[in-house]
Ligand binder design. Structure first.
Ligand code: FAD
Ligand code: UDP
Length: 365
């Protein structure tokens, strides 16, 4: 065999594996069906602005080892994510914190906020939230739910909040302090110079073939390497033989504007149902950019169908059980190892993807 490993997908997972394999003297071929490396963390420089082509990416982690790992490949700036929620003409701070509650109710103290929330849900008697609606109501009360959660979530997921799992909303911090940091993690920032450069560095020394779909060229490619690290969709690998896993897809409508500052913040969420997009990203604000022009992306969420880019796995009972069946098949493969967010049908943040790639390296290399 010409290569020790064939890595399918030049995203973060594949690139970390390629880097560690190279350090151990292994020879890797990376095949990527897109025309560029870096998968969904791909950033492209336009007029000096790093544009996040597949959605805003903020690096955040509490794992010191992962923070140190990624800092080998880039210097990070001091960006702290603090999105704004816009409901009609009202603006609120996110995540849900004392700034949000104070604006919503004209109150000042945590005690006042907690009392309003308790009063708003007293008659609901929610003890064990069974779905996203009950979870959200029990955390923040009816006003915040109606204005900042219901419309946004139903646009994002294309499903009623009563048909969505509670855990989706538990990802967000809820604080009774005046703190707009969207994450609780110890380390946070945006890589200066963009994410693509990190992946370029990780892939140094590996051979990369772009515009090459592994599944369409399997017969030829399988003869080239002893083992395959596959980071594409697990159900597609098996030609959907057990059924199709559901995803949400996103369409990004990107626009260049002849003005310096469009919305004054990197992320503005549009939480009312009537606005068709979920949020607008203004890319330069991730880097405190001062360019004379600006670039914005509106995000439209839709149900994934074959041929679209898959973004968010829909981890409900039905899909998780189908994934379990594919997983069992995958475990019996002797030459193929599945990884990354599509290979594991999991919403993985970047730090978790790096951690899971490094775990695989420890086992495999
Ligand atoms: P991917 O980046 O998807 O890479 C897989 C690669 O495999 C792709 O390039 C694909 O083209 C290629 N591929 C698939 N099938 C084939 C095939 N048959 N042949 C050849 N190539 C193939 N994480 C954070 O930490 N912070 C954030 O702020 C954040 N924001 C996000 C926002 C959005 C909208 C989304 C969707 C994700 C976000 N993430 C964020 C998660 C982050 O994008 C992932 O953790 C990371 O990209 C996963 O890397 P990966 O290598 O597993 O997958
Ligand atoms: N959410 C919401 N309103 C907001 C932001 C988030 O209701 O303004 C909910 C929504 O259900 C979303 C979840 O919180 O799916 C998680 O938000 P997050 O920002 O983590 O979503 P992502 O960045 O992954 O799209």
């Amino acid at each position: 065999m010409k290569y020790d490993y064939m890595i399918v997908g030049a995203g973060l997972f594949g690139a970390v594996f390629a880097h560690e394999a190279k350090k151990k003297g292994k020879n890797c071929l990376v095949v990527e069906k897109r025309g560029h490396i870096a998968g969904n963390i791909y950033t492209e420089e336009i007029h000096g602005i790093q544009v996040h082509r597949y959605g805003a990416h903020i690096f955040h982690t509490s794992d010191k080892r992962i923070w140190e790992y990624v800092n080998q490949f880039a210097e990070f700036n001091q960006y702290i994510n603090s999105p704004i929620a816009r409901y009609r003409d009202e603006l609120y701070n996110l995540p849900f914190n004392m700034n949000t509650f104070s604006k919503m109710w004209g109150i000042v103290t945590p005690e006042e906020a907690q009392k309003i929330i308790a009063d708003q849900i007293a008659d609901l008697h929610i003890t064990e939230p069974r779905n996203l609606e009950e979870q959200a109501l029990s955390l923040v009360g009816r006003d915040v739910y109606e204005k900042l959660i219901k419309g946004y979530t139903e646009k994002q997921w294309g499903r009623d909040c009563r048909d969505l799992p509670a855990f989706i909303i538990k990802r967000l911090p809820l604080r009774f302090t005046y703190d707009n940091n969207y994450f609780n993690d110890r380390y946070q920032g945006i890589p200066i110079g963009g994410y693509t450069r990190i992946v370029e560095k990780l892939l140094e020394g590996a051979e990369v073939r772009l515009n090459t779909d592994y599944l369409a060229n399997r017969a030829e490619l399988d003869g080239l390497a002893d083992k395959v690290i596959y980071t594409g969709m697990i159900d597609q690998f098996y030609d959907y033989c057990l059924g199709v896993l559901e995803y949400r897809s996103v369409r990004f409508e990107t626009q260049e504007l002849e003005q310096e500052n469009y919305q004054g913040n990197a992320v503005v969420n549009y939480t009312e149902r009537e606005v068709p997009y979920t949020r607008i990203i203004e890319h330069k604000h991730f880097e405190f950019g001062k360019q004379p022009t600006t670039i914005i992306s509106r995000e439209y969420s839709s149900e994934w169908k074959k041929g679209d880019e898959p973004y968010y796995p829909v981890n409900n009972e039905k899909n998780d059980s189908l994934y379990g069946e594919y997983r069992a098949k995958a475990k019996s493969e002797s030459r193929v190892i599945f990884g990354g967010r599509l290979g594991s049908y999991r919403y993985y943040d970047m730090d978790k993807v790096i951690a899971s790639a490094l775990e695989l390296c420890e086992r495999e290399l």
